[in-house]
Design a protein around this ligand. Sequence first.
Ligand code: ADP
Length: 533
Amino acid sequence: MTQTEISTILNVDDDAAGRYAKSRILKRAGYQVIEAGTGADALRLVKETQPQLVLLDVKLPDINGLDVCRTLKNDPDTKHIMVLQISASYTTTPDRVLGLTSGADTYLTEPVDVTELLATVQALLRLYRREEENRRLLAQLREADRQKDEFLATLAHELRNPLHPIRGAVELLRLKQDLDPELRLSRDVIDQQVSHLARLVDDLLDVARITRDKLELQKQKLSLTDILNSAVEASRTFLQSHGHQASVALPPGTVQLEGDLVRLTQVFVNLLNNAAKYTPEGGKIWVSASVDGERVNVSVKDSGIGIASDELPRLFEKFYQVDSSLERSGSGLGLGLSLTRRLVELHGGTMEARSEGLGKGSEFVVSLPILPQSATAQASEQPGSALNEDTGHWRILIVDDGPRTREMYSMLLRKRGHEVEAAPDGRTGIEAVERFRPDVVLLDVGMPGLNGFDTCTRIRELPAGKEIVCIAVTGWAQDEIQQRVDESGFDGILVKPAGVQEILQLVTQLIEGKQMRPTCVNHAITAEEQASR
Ligand code: ADP
């Protein structure tokens, strides 16, 4: 394609003779020329003909040439058109400066040498073509990016469909008693891998949603404890499978914030899972929080592989992975941190990554706005009231010969943020007391072998057993067994069936009676605990 084929020049001059002379020169050089004698005509013709260049006289009868230039350069539809400002009247350096600062791409004064005029026109058209090529590439990139987002969203939706029945099949297998060990193993592997796949797909969907501004938060008043507990709970199995020890320390009182529980949980699950992935087996993970004015800073720190300082700024980019080789630790798409930071930002927060270098562990700090006076409100509102999720988190040992009871209550209490262990009989219960050091023991009374009364007596004889809150859990009416309960050293009785709220209310009353301080959540996941599960 030759330049004369594509180059149209609008020649704007109110002086007919001057306009004619310049048009002639340009036409002879092979350009297509259109003409205007006023500013208004010039603006109209630019819109109609989209020339590549406007040769623009400064002095026009209606609109000043500088204003015509400003209008063209401020309009997104015309700002790419080259403007060569030309004047016989305004010829000083300040005039030229004013022309250029009004947006002209160059400024010539008359009389102008023909060769200089043509060389300048050629230079501007070269620039125009280069910019046009850049604009075309940018539009292509934007389109490719849009198609990629659309593809990711469709892919994620499509991948979810087959995951759904697989999950259903696993649930069905779970209902089957006496499953062959090989089948049970296969079921658990499928379950685990489906969960992993679902997480990846969820990340993809979320990123696509965020990119298209489609992610909506369901905000409500939340306590930080709830958020962190649900995150630790969700990551527990993953942390355990890597043999890591995790601990959580929260500031005293209740820290409340306005947010989406699911999304904020996702933030800390991502950070905990990353900490687990990028820390060699048996490492340490610390979660801690501190209130700083109107914000709470939550840190997730690990003793893992660390991050080189030059990588830190890039971590939050979409699809960025420090080590994308096949041998890298962990697996993922490189979306977690970009998604996490975006979710934090949607809550008005900020996020930062720190590391002292490779091999020196990493720390991710999330800073979120908190509700005013949230650190003290809860405690003073309801002194001595029934336990709710915010009053304390305890280590609870369930000793019960019923596996379903152990399983169900462990699950329910963990869901409320407590650390729970379960033992199937009195003897293992006593061992667990020494090792797990619970704050509370829920002790079934009627158990084969060592019954609950005798188990409680033995627990009281242990050095670690004096301060523990021991609760008899029984199907017997209270008045029938009260005396034996007192004699065995129990602090209270729960009559079956007892709901989890009822259990926690009694636990709180008894703990307050013993004046034990509600501890920071401390989900130390020990090797023993892991082994015992
Ligand atoms: P993914 O884990 O899927 O690769 P992320 O966005 O979650 O993606 O993390 C991006 C990269 O940041 C990871 O590939 C890893 O290199 C690095 N990274 C994230 N968390 C940690 C951590 N706790 N310790 C060391 N490196 C980390």
